[in-house]
Design a binder for this molecule. Structure first.
Ligand code: ADP
Length: 260
């Protein structure tokens, strides 16, 4: 069973890319892409050579979150040059199709698109490639986790999402394909009122820390719900870059330091 779960042929390393880390979540809307982009920018701020692969084929967020528009070019008609922003190389299916085009591909097409974005891109020399995975823990995600030569996975969850055991599913999915889970990030952990400073735990708080302990994995970071995080990542300049001295940038850089 283990052999079937790890098709080595598709899992070969990517020349020049030292480490590949997935950012995943049990469901959508928990801040997986926000975490992925700020983790990547945080790694770059810590001095590493970084790329982002947007593997969320059905809902690519990286064009918007990195503020990149336009199409990747190719010198030989086969290998694509990645886009680049804030010193980070970025590839997303969103660069290749119009934003309002629904992706109605079947599984095999998704897999071949992913393989191309992984292997037919001139990533150059990277310390780390951060992969923004599609949300969920179904067969598609499992296959994807098998196809990408991952060194580890970071699971993003909101506090109440943890209660639904989605994070546990995510964890089990990676364990099934022998990818080490680096730990859990609790996003939207609490809310600080910008006017009075009051801290409100809208979705409860601390669930991820408890769950991480229970699952025998690391609790990597807690990121508050903050309008500045949304505005900056939706505006194309993630908070690590736009407010490099602020507390959120520090939190993401600390997360980056734990991942690498
Ligand atoms: P996912 O990738 O899990 O679907 P996204 O990263 O796209 O989630 O986040 C969903 C929405 O929530 C986005 O508009 C994003 O800007 C916002 N968001 C994510 N994390 C935070 C946060 N900590 N504070 C405020 N807004 C957030």
């Amino acid at each position: 069973a283990r052999e079937a779960a790890s098709p080595a042929a598709n899992r070969g390393a990517i020349p020049g890319v030292k480490t590949i880390v997935a950012v995943a979540s049990g469901k959508g809307g928990v801040g997986k892409s926000t975490t992925a982009v700020n983790l990547a920018m945080g790694l770059a701020a810590n001095g590493l050579a970084v790329g982002i692969l947007d593997a969320d084929i059905y809902g690519p967020s990286m064009p918007r979150m990195t503020g990149i528009s336009g199409r990747p070019t190719s010198h030989d008609g086969r290998i694509l040059e990645p886009m680049e922003r804030h010193g980070v190389k970025v590839m997303s299916i969103g660069f290749l199709v119009a934003e309002d085009t629904p992706m109605i591909w079947r599984g095999p097409m998704v897999m071949s698109a992913l393989q191309q974005m992984l292997r037919d891109v001139n990533w150059g020399t990277l310390d780390i490639l951060v992969v923004d995975m599609p949300p969920g823990t179904g067969d598609a995600q499992l296959t994807m986790a098998q196809q990408v030569p991952l060194s580890g996975a970071v699971i993003v969850s909101t506090p109440q999402d943890i209660a639904l055991l989605d994070a546990r599913k995510g964890l089990n999915m990676f364990r099934k394909v022998d990818v080490p889970v680096l730990g859990i990030v609790e996003n939207m952990s609490f809310f600080c009122c910008p006017n009075c400073g009051h801290r409100a735990e809208i979705f409860g708080h601390g669930g991820a820390r408890r769950e991480a302990e229970r699952l025998g994995t690391e609790f990597l970071a807690e990121i508050p719900l903050d309008i500045a995080i949304r505005e900056t990542s939706d505006g194309g300049t993630p908070i690590v870059v736009s407010e490099p001295d602020g507390p959120h940038a520090q939190a993401f850089r600390a997360l980056a330091a734990r991942v690498w």
